[in-house]
Each structure stands twice: as C-alpha cells, then as structure tokens.
Design a protein. Structure first.
Length: 369
C-alpha cells in the first residue's frame, strides 16, 4: 500500500510504495508538474512557474485511492497525482526511455553475416518486425535491408517509414557513383577511407541509408568500423590521446562553387556524463589545423593514432553490397568507407539519404507503445 509523509521543514513530500520504493518530491517540482498545468491534447506545459512564490508550501496532502491529492498554501488550487505516475517520474531516476539502448561494441572479428537484417517487405508492412530491427540496429549501429525493389525511390520510401529525411547541401538524396567533375570523393572511383559524413556540419546527419542499385564493377567493397569501440579502446590504452581528441576542437570544411560550410569539432564527442556521444572523423574534410604550436605535435600523435586504428584489421570489417540490399548505419558512430573500384568493368550505383537520430529514436518510442 502506498503511504505519504509531508516533511514541511525539508519542503518535500515523501511517497513510499508497497514494493519498498520511496522518493522525496520537492514542493516546487510537484506544483510545476501538476497535471492541470498541461494542455489536455498537446501535453505541452502551460503552467507559468513564475506565477507562484518560490517559498510555496503544501497545506495538506492525503491519499485518494491510488492517487495523491495536494492542497496548496496561499492559492485556491488542488493537485491530484496518480501514484504510479509519480513512481515513474521520481527525482534522480527519470522516465524510462525505450530508445535508450546501450551500444553493443564490435571489432574486426565481427562477421557481417551477424548484422541485423530485415526484408524490405517486413520493414514496410510489419510494425513489430520493424521495432525489433530498429532496436538491434541501435545496438550495433549497422544493419542490412534485403529485397529492396530495383527502384531509385525505394530507399527513400524505406527511410521515410522511420522518419523524415534530413536535407543537406547535397540535397535530400545523393547518388554514390563515379561522376565527371565531382565535388566529393564519394563521387569518384577512388578508395574512400573510413569517415563520418559531413563532419563539417553544425550537426552531422544521424542514420545513413545507402540503397545499392548496382554493384557490378571490380572492387568497391564497403568497409565499416565501430568508432565507439575504437574510442573506448583508446580511452583505456592511451588516455592522453583520448583526452586530446575529446577536448581539442579542430576545423572541418566543405567548399565548392555553391557552398563553404565550416565547423570546429572534437574528433571524439562526450556527453555531460563522459559517455561517448559521437565521432567526427573525416580526414578528407579536415581543415588546416589551427592549434597553438605547443599543442600541434601531441595532437598529431593522437590524431595519427586513431587514424591508424581505423585502418587496422583489429577493427575494420568488409562486405560487398549487392543490388537490392540497403545498408543502414549510425553516421555519428560507425565510420564507413569503400575500396577503389574500376568503372570500366561494370556499373556501381548507390543512392543515399539520412534520417537524424532523433527521428530514429522517436520511431522506436512510438512503436513501443
């Protein structure tokens, strides 16, 4: 049975549940989160926190079945909280998020055959199968869709099933094939080192979708590595290099006849809790380093170290995409590249687009309801 204790001197209401869980809820938090302060349809907060005094007190609190009813001092207002809702939102714990899925790190011994896979038909038509696939893709950061239609729009349709598309200076979609007068190395037949797409952007795109329409040329194998695995190993084995790469911003730049997009980024980006958040690694978009002279040599040592790791068989896996397959990967975690190919031996054409992480996670949450 739920019980409550009002501790006015501490300005908290203690709630204890039958399973032994208990929590202290500050007065201002309770008033700020009163259910009546949210719009009934949009669920957005309408309550103005500045409309009440900071010293607002609770006149009384009592149980009302499975709810808690609160009378406030100095205002004719009553709040009614569901006890289970309070348990799910207790301070210091936070609401459970089905999209908060810890990454499963992988290295060079990971077999491409073990990647999460789904048929295009299931992705488009089966919500349960799609949810399971998205969860597994979040874990590995890399997955394959089989049985894609021989249609240039099929990849876009699959991506839109997950979220709206992220437009960049390359457009809503982009064609990965050898072209005359290219403005990006991806549009050549040259080898493409492992990298993060668009590290020069204020926010690089999240998940990339690459639909293989044809891959008949000699060469052109797709390469991938788990940037999080590399970063964690670097943190453990070379903490000085890790610190430099996670605390020292360096310039990235893309420029052609129409655009000049620049951004200083750290190669390794951590969140407020020190957890890996994303990587910005792109040697061909790296600008001229503008670090102080005394920082330059140690930084280059760290930068070369992570570059060497991205080329090591300890981390890199290779697979050959076939026509009708689509690879999906977290662009801000999994580095991708390709081997050189000979366009005189056959045609190679991939069509790509992006869906940002927030849209990807939103789809997981909605399908989990």
């Amino acid at each position: 049975m739920t019980s409550i204790t009002l501790r006015g001197s501490d300005r908290v209401l203690n709630v204890a549940w039958a399973d032994g869980t208990s929590a202290d809820f500050p007065f201002l938090w309770l008033r700020d989160n009163c259910p009546s302060g949210f719009h009934p349809q949009t669920h957005e907060r309408e309550f103005d926190l500045t409309s009440i005094p900071e010293t607002l007190g609770i006149h009384s609190a009592e149980l009302d079945g499975e709810a808690i009813r609160i009378e406030w001092d100095g205002e004719e207002h009553q709040s009614r909280f569901d006890a289970d809702w309070l348990k799910a939102h207790r301070p210091g714990i936070g609401l459970k998020d089905p999209a908060n899925i810890p990454p499963t790190l992988w290295r060079g011994d990971f077999q491409p055959a073990g990647l999460p896979r789904i048929s295009a038909a299931d992705l488009m038509n089966d919500d349960r199968a799609l949810l399971g696939f998205l969860i597994e893709t979040k874990k590995t950061g890399l997955a394959i869709v089989d049985g894609m239609a021989d249609d240039r729009e099929a990849g876009m349709a699959a991506a839109k099933r997950i979220g709206f598309l992220r437009e960049t200076n390359f457009g809503v979609t982009f064609e990965v094939r050898s072209m005359p007068n290219p403005n990006n190395l991806a549009y050549t037949s040259h080898a493409l080192p492992l990298h993060t797409d668009l590290a020069n952007q204020e926010l690089p795109p999240g998940f990339q979708f690459l639909h293989c329409l044809a891959n008949d040329a000699e060469g052109g194998g797709s390469t991938f590595c788990d940037g999080f695995a590399i970063a964690e190993d670097l943190r453990h084995n070379d903490p000085e290099a890790f610190e430099l790469l996670s605390k020292t911003p360096v310039p990235f730049r893309f420029h052609d006849n129409s655009y000049d997009i620049r951004r200083h980024q750290t190669v390794i980006d951590l969140d407020a809790f020190g957890k890996l958040q994303e990587l910005h690694f792109n040697a061909h978009l790296a600008g001229v380093f503008d670090l102080p002279t005394d920082t330059m040599e140690p930084y280059y040592r760290a930068y070369r170290k992570i570059m060497q790791m991205t080329r090591s068989s300890d981390y890199v896996i290779t697979t050959r995409l076939e026509g009708g397959e689509m690879v999906i990967f977290d662009n801000r975690r999994v580095l991708h590249g390709r081997a050189a190919f000979d366009p005189n031996t056959g045609y190679r054409h991939l069509r790509g687009c992006y869906v940002d992480r927030g849209e990807f996670d939103s789809r997981i949450r909605v399908l989990s309801r």
